[in-house]
Design a protein around this ligand. Structure first.
Ligand SMILES: Cc1ncc(COP(=O)(O)O)c(C=O)c1O
Length: 459
């Protein structure tokens, strides 16, 4: 009991978790039962978490807007690339949001949502990313169809030239332009995205302002370092808002600043990011600069990916074996980090990890090893953290990697061939029905060897 209390105090479980009879519960779901009923490795998505995240963020913005008497409006967009699944999009758009897309096949994804009656007429779509001819044609078709309110974000000069040419056949359209951030001294990333401030001003002056079919309504940027409370973030934001003001003085049709994604998710169990404060600071920074520059405050758009979906999904593994090699304690999972959670390997992403059972046991440090033959297939994989702590027992042990819902399936090529032929895990979707009862649906079974061999041409 003492140990259990000690564990509780040390890790300070978030509200949606609980420990009962030495087992972990998530939103009242017994995770040990879940792992045993459905088998492991198991990815499960709890859809209500997506609506909660969106509603919470809208509330943060609403409060900040009211507190500061900010004159612009806020719109939440979900960026499809962080998880393209239909169940995710269907759930997200129920919260009356816009969608940000980034490639040609995303257009078909939108068409499919419309066809199935899952997208309301007038839903706002922002088209980001590099526009291949196929993507470009799809955007034009969507604009002509008129079901959604589509705003392409110009990412390069050739794209702008395309609209200057093609707009002749279209009704007047709104466009946005992505600002390349390399001009900012505090922004130390090499960026290929968007156009420089000089190019934007020159294109506006010489081309867009002279074309009555194009209305430049939106300035977009994405600080790829993510949103945080560091001085760097605010310095970069200030430079961008100053440029917004300069452009607005030239172009009265400019109404909107699209600040992209980057809102953090809880990547550790004791994550202390103060999101309401972050939002408050975004609003007041934009407002203060606009006041100084005597420019009307813009409407603000965000395109949050990982914030929207990461926390809705967890990945459960079973420990196959514990072994000692040299002075290290290894626990081998029945999956793979490289294939199931590729960000742990590629960008050293951390996730909260919790034991699912044996909460009455003492904890001992372990390195988790994956099933592939790759020496890089282990976790944790950061200089700061060398171990995770697991119950010190030889009994059957399950563990949960939490908040794994963003990017992992797309990066590992869901349903494809993976390193050492490690199959994609079973994927379970959990949602509440109209009577508020939880419903469990298997979205996909664990990949079988026939599926893999077929892909490889052995059929
Ligand atoms: C243009 C753009 N918007 C939004 C996002 C979403 O970012 P995040 O998942 O960090 O919110 C991305 C991610 O790459 C992006 O490139």
């Amino acid at each position: 009991m003492n140990e259990r209390l000690l564990i509780h105090q040390e890790i300070d479980l978030p509200d949606e978790f609980d420990v009962k009879e030495d087992k972990l519960f998530y939103s009242n779901i017994d995770l040990l039962k879940l792992a045993k009923d459905y088998g492991s490795p198991l990815r499960f998505t709890f859809l209500p978490a997506i609506s909660n995240q969106i509603e919470r963020m809208k509330m943060y913005f609403q409060k900040a807007i009211e507190k500061t008497d900010y004159q612009g409006e806020y719109s939440y967009y979900y960026c499809t690339k962080s998880s393209h699944f239909e169940h995710i999009l269907k759930k997200a758009v129920q919260s009356n949001i816009g969608i940000e897309i980034s490639s040609a096949y995303d257009i078909d994804l939108i068409r499919s949502l419309i066809k199935a009656g899952n997208l309301k007429p007038g839903t706002a779509i922002i088209c980001n990313g590099y526009k291949t001819p196929e993507y470009q044609a799809g955007i034009t078709a969507m604009i002509q169809q008129g079901y959604c309110s589509v705003v392409p974000i110009i990412d390069s000069k050739t794209e702008l030239l395309y609209y200057l040419r093609e707009s002749k056949g279209l009704s007047p359209i709104k466009i946005g332009i992505r600002l390349n951030l390399s001009f900012i001294s505090g922004y130390d990333r090499k960026s290929r995205f968007g156009l420089s401030p000089e190019d934007i001003l020159s294109f506006y002056q010489h081309e867009i302002s002279k074309n009555e079919k194009l209305e430049l309504s939106t300035l977009h940027f994405f600080n790829e370092k993510g949103m945080d409370n560091s001085d760097d973030y605010w310095k970069v934001l200030e430079k961008i808002v100053r440029f917004y003001c300069q452009l607005k003085r030239w172009n009265p049709s400019l109404t909107t600043l699209d600040i992209g994604g980057g809102m953090p998710f809880r990547s550790s169990i004791n994550s202390d990011a103060d999101l309401p404060l972050l939002v408050q600071r975004i609003i007041s920074t934009v407002q203060n600069i606009c006041h100084e520059e005597a420019v009307m405050e813009p409407n603000i758009i965000t395109e949050f990916g990982k914030y929207t979906v990461a926390e809705a999904t967890s990945t459960i593994f079973k420990i196959c074996e514990k072994k000692t090699a040299d002075e290290f304690n290894w626990a081998i999972i029945d999956g793979s980090f490289i294939t199931h959670l590729p960000d742990t390997w590629a960008i050293h992403q951390e996730y909260p990890v919790l034991p699912i059972n044996n909460w009455n046991k003492n904890l001992k440090p372990f390195i988790l090893g994956g099933l592939t033959c790759d020496s890089a297939d282990y976790y944790p994989n950061t200089p700061e953290n060398e171990f995770i702590r697991l119950p010190d027992t030889e009994e059957e042990q399950f563990i949960a990697f939490l908040h794994t819902g963003a990017y992992q399936e797309a990066l590992s090529g869901f349903g494809g061939v993976n390193h050492c032929l490690i199959p994609s895990p079973k994927h379970l979707i959990i949602d509440r029905n109209q009577d508020d009862v939880l419903e469990y649906v298997v979205f996909s079974e664990k990949q079988n060897s026939e599926q893999l061999l077929n892909i490889l041409g052995y059929g």
